[in-house]
Design a protein around this ligand. Structure first.
Ligand code: IMP
Length: 495
């Protein structure tokens, strides 16, 4: 037995001391771009992202819709792996097929679906329009579209059918799947449309919305591959990787990541070995999670494309209480950063670090980046947003989104927690997080705050920010003082 001499510390136990801000440090010159996968020092990483945020490998978080939105604003989503291989591959394909401005469909109903149900589904999503198909699913023959403007529940009755109020296919302007975005927008303006269904044979492949017109013009930092398709990641596990990895690679996943609460295991090394033997360097796989330098070194030597840091800090996590495993995120990160930098000096290879779990606000993200994280993985943050797949619910007049851990009974993700085929105990909870609006607005605000912190510290890129940052631990007394003086008028919904 050995007891480490240091205390396990969290990110909120530190503050940044401002550095000299020069005229060169402006919001326009700050670059939040970062490497996602390992690369030789002095060379470019094979995958870079302009916004250092990725989404957690979780059912409540990473759907194709969220993946599209996050890639558009320069981040990257990891489609969750707690689903059959084919379904996960289909999610990846949906993101890769996405063309800028062409939205995947959020709500599909049948002609007999009651208007009350249509209204319920539409108000739980952001798109505001449902596609009506003969079978009621996305593969079905296209019959029409219906939005909340097409009916009123009191006037038309909640039990009336969608078919009775939809705008039928015969009267609609549509575009073929081969149409470009400018052709689609041409049709929208020419025919005064609010929505344009894009057809692939008899089924609707996507929708183009008039209200997105301005937005598509502004995704200048989107994460895209060499063919200008949006980038997307996918989670894998160390059990069925021989089936899952080929299917995800075939579907076009840009990067894979082992999804485990404790990544310091021979099983992760074996998975990385399989991928290297099968694909050489063509497929990048991140590994983790770890909380110390030994585990980092093990996974870096095994060929991990990046290493994820964090055990027990997640908002929905009960691992520390259940198993006594974990480490304060700041202590974990500082230890692993030291090992990462030593590895770089010895081998000439930079292995990016992903800080995963328990980041409660934007200042925690700034702290993690200052400490040396290359990018940040977030679950709760994204679950709160319109684009996450989790249901939106109203409780006592307030809107919430459901959020549940992959180690909860609801997720039944036994593989992630090394509990064989059946979960014997839970390592996560199932609950609600306050609804926070659109991903586009939230990521923009987070970017603005990170930029502002970097300007205060006199840095214009993340490498300099890490090199030059001066941090100081805060005392328990400082904690007490923060926020104790003023009774807030209302709880801020801001992050
Ligand atoms: P959050 O950003 O604080 O919500 O943390 C998200 C992270 O928590 C994920 O990326 C996972 O690493 C971790 N996680 C997800 N589900 C569970 C769980 O049920 N128990 C413990 N950790 C979890």
């Amino acid at each position: 037995m050995k007891i480490l001499p240091e205390i396990s510390r969290t990110l909120s136990e530190y503050l940044l001391i401002p550095g000299l801000t020069t005229e060169d440090c402006t919001p326009d010159t700050v670059d939040l771009g970062t490497a996602l996968v390992r690369h030789r020092i002095g060379e470019e990483s094979g995958v870079r992202i302009a916004t250092p945020l990725v989404s957690a490998i979780m059912q409540a978080v990473s759907s194709p819709e969220l993946a599209v939105a996050l890639a558009q604003v320069g981040g990257l989503a990891f489609i969750h792996q707690n689903q059959p291989v084919e379904e996960q591959a289909a999610d990846v394909r949906a993101v890769k097929r996405h063309k800028a401005g062409f939205r995947t469909i959020e709500v599909t109903v049948g002609p007999d679906t009651p208007l009350g149900e249509v209204a319920r589904q539409l108000s739980a999503t952001e798109q505001g329009v449902a596609v009506v198909t003969r079978s009621g699913d996305t593969e079905g023959a296209f019959l029409g579209i219906i939005s909340l403007d097409d009916f009123h529940l009191e006037r038309h009755g909640a039990h009336e059918s969608a078919g009775s109020r939809m705008r039928g296919r015969a009267g609609l302007v549509t575009a073929p799947v081969t149409a470009s975005l400018s052709e689609a927008n041409e049709l929208i303006w020419e025919h005064h449309l609010d929505v344009l269904p894009v057809l692939d044979g008899d089924r609707v492949a996507s929708l183009v919305l008039k209200r997105d017109y301005q937005a598509h013009k502004t995704y200048h930092r989107a994460s895209v591959d060499g063919e200008k398709r949006l980038r997307v990641g996918a989670g894998i596990n160390s059990r069925d990787f021989k089936d899952r990895v080929p299917a995800l690679v075939e579907a076009g996943a840009d990067v894979l990541c082992l999804d485990s609460s404790d990544g310091y295991s021979v099983y992760q090394a074996k998975t990385l070995e399989f991928v290297r033997e099968t694909y050489g360097d063509a497929v990048s796989v991140g590994a983790g999670n770890v909380v110390d330098g030994r585990a980092f070194r093990y996974l870096a030597d095994a060929g991990a494309a990046f290493v994820k840091v964090g055990i027990g800090g997640g908002a929905i996590c009960t691992t520390r209480a259940q198993k006594g495993i974990g480490r304060g995120q700041a202590s974990a990160l500082l230890d692993v950063v030291e090992a990462r930098d030593a590895y770089a000096r010895e081998t000439g290879v930079h292995v990016p670090l992903c800080c995963d779990g328990g980041l409660l606000n934007d200042s925690h993200m700034a702290m993690a980046l200052a400490m040396g994280a290359d990018f940040i993985m977030l679950g709760r943050y994204f679950a709160r947003l319109d684009e996450s797949p989790s249901p939106k619910v109203q409780i006592d007049g307030q809107w919430y989104k459901e959020y549940w851990g992959e180690g909860s009974q609801r997720a039944q993700n036994a593989a992630r927690y090394g509990q064989g085929g059946r979960m014997v105990f839970e390592e996560g909870v199932d609950g609600f997080v306050p609804y926070a609006g659109s991903l586009y607005d939230n990521v923009e605000r987070t970017r603005a705050k990170l930029t502002s912190t970097m300007i205060s510290c006199g840095s214009t890129n993340l490498r300099d920010f890490h090199r030059d940052a001066v941090l100081v631990p805060v005392s328990a007394e400082s904690f007490k003082q923060t926020g104790a003086e003023v009774q807030l008028r209302r709880p801020t919904a801001d992050h």
